[in-house]
Structure formats: structure tokens, C-alpha cells
Design a protein around this ligand. Sequence first.
Ligand SMILES: Nc1ncnc2c1ncn2[C@@H]1O[C@H](COP(=O)(O)OP(=O)(O)OP(=O)(O)O)[C@@H](O)[C@H]1O
Ligand SMILES: [Mg+2]
Length: 280
Amino acid sequence: MTLLVSFQHVRGGSGTSLISMVNTKILSNAGKVALLEMDFLNPLLHYVFPQKNLKAHVNDFLFGEASLDDILVDVGQDVNERPKRLWFGYMNPLEGARRRLELADAARDKRIIRALENVSWKIEGMPLDFVLIDTAPWSNCILDITTIISDIIFFIIKPNMIELTLFFHRYTTQLYRVVAKVVPIINFCSQVNEKHVQMIVKTLREKCPECENIITIPYYPDLASGLSKELFRDTSHSIYDDLRKVLLSTGFKERSFFQKHEISAPEEGLHTTRYLRKTP
Ligand SMILES: Nc1ncnc2c1ncn2[C@@H]1O[C@H](COP(=O)(O)OP(=O)(O)OP(=O)(O)O)[C@@H](O)[C@H]1O
Ligand SMILES: [Mg+2]
């Protein structure tokens, strides 16, 4: 079974792309993992991992014009990982391609719905263990369908009232009804905003019954200047430990993953990550 994990946010700059990329690297220890960039508003994979000859982009996949085999690039070598473990799917950053997708997304184009609902998550005929999706802060169709097909939604917010309010709006209008387990991550936490962080954690626990796991990620000054390839080659940065805890808290059970990090695996399986009290 492929576990589908989406990374969502309500305002740009929350750290969603960074967190999805680091999680991709961590999960490549546990199985075959693909990261699909679906943030058509701010694609950045091509900056961090430039590719010269891409056969097709995620845009083409969403229009049903390319398969996963066409769009996924094995970037294992780039990030000190074995081959055939870690793939990236790139969004086309050119203005024409972005505009085409933006219009189709706004019109809830049936091709996008079909592509995401009917896809068989395989690469070279082999099932992927994990598919991670980096999303835009807002969109109509892509975000809705991604939300519906996700098993886990990591929702990244900065510790401020605007993002908390927008999260609750998204939660009460959409997320509480889907089967995905929703896990909020509060990013950029520091001593300066400690009181805000505590208040946000308390409010989330009170108002959002499934948000019992709320993870906080510190502000790391060395990451503030942007993403670099180095961060994905060398896994010694503390953010890897933070995000391993995030994955553990949601019940990832892969033996190799837990053995590697010397943590005992929880008894329950991946299926229990779904929040059963919600109505699909
Ligand atoms: N915990 C952190 N500490 C310091 N800097 C961080 C942290 N998390 C993310 N950043 C930095 O914040 C910036 C924005 O991160 P990122 O691009 O991942 O955000 P995003 O939510 O994907 O934004 P967008 O919606 O615009 O794509 C990047 O420069 C990133 O390196
Ligand atoms: Mg992003």
C-alpha cells in the first residue's frame, strides 16, 4: 500500500516545502518515496535540484498528458541515497505553464480530478511506498482532491493568530470531514514567541479533537536564508531529528526506519493513522 502524505499551509513562507523535502529524505530510508511538487504558485525544486532534460512536469501529469514514469526523476545520487529510492516530480516554473494550470485549477478541470483519483502510484511497474505532495497555500481543485486522497495531512503553521484562524477555517470547512489524519506542525518556534506557541498548542487541543499530536519545530537561523542541496545530502542537521519525531508520532511502522533510528516501532499499523471517527 502506498501511503499518501500531503503538506499543506495557509500562507506562503511557513516552511512547507522544506519540511516536505526533509521528510522525503527521511522516508527514503524506509522505502521507495516520491515527492510531487504541486505548488504551482511557487515552485522551487528546480532552484534547489536543477534538472537539464526533464521529459515532462507534474503539470502534464495533472492534465493526463504524462505518466508518473514520465515525470519522476531519480535524484538519489544527488542526495547521497541509493538509486531507485527517491524521486522528485517537478512543477513547470514557466509563466505559460503556470497560468494554464492556474486556470484549469480554478475551473475545477475534470482532467485534474481524473488524474489524481485514478493514478496507480507506481514507478517502473513497482509500487511506491510513500508519495509526498507539496501543495500551494491556496488552490481550488488540486488542494481539494489532494486532501481527499491523503492518508496523512501535515499542516504547517507559523505561530501567529492569522495562520491559526485560517487553519481553523480550513479545518471546519474541509479537513474535519476527510479520512486523512491531520497533524499540525508549528514551525519557527523560538523563545521570543514561546507564549504564542503555548497558546496555539492549547487552542488547537481544545478546538480540534483529532489534533492530539501537535509538533513544534524550532527556528533555525542557518535555514532562514533558503533551501540548499547540502541540507538533503547531510542528514546531521537537528531538523532531521525533529521531523523523525513528527513521523513517529503519526505511527509510521516501517521496521528499517525504526531500527535505523533506534526507536521501537509502535504496535499499530499505518492504517490506524486514519482518524476513524471522521466520516469519509
Ligand atoms: N524552522 C525553520 N527555521 C528557519 N528557517 C526556516 C525554517 N523552516 C523554513 N525555513 C525557511 O523559510 C523559508 C520559507 O520556507 P519554504 O519555502 O519551505 O516555505 P513554504 O511554506 O513552502 O512557502 P511557499 O508557500 O512560498 O512555497 C525558506 O527560506 C526556508 O529555508
Ligand atoms: Mg513551498
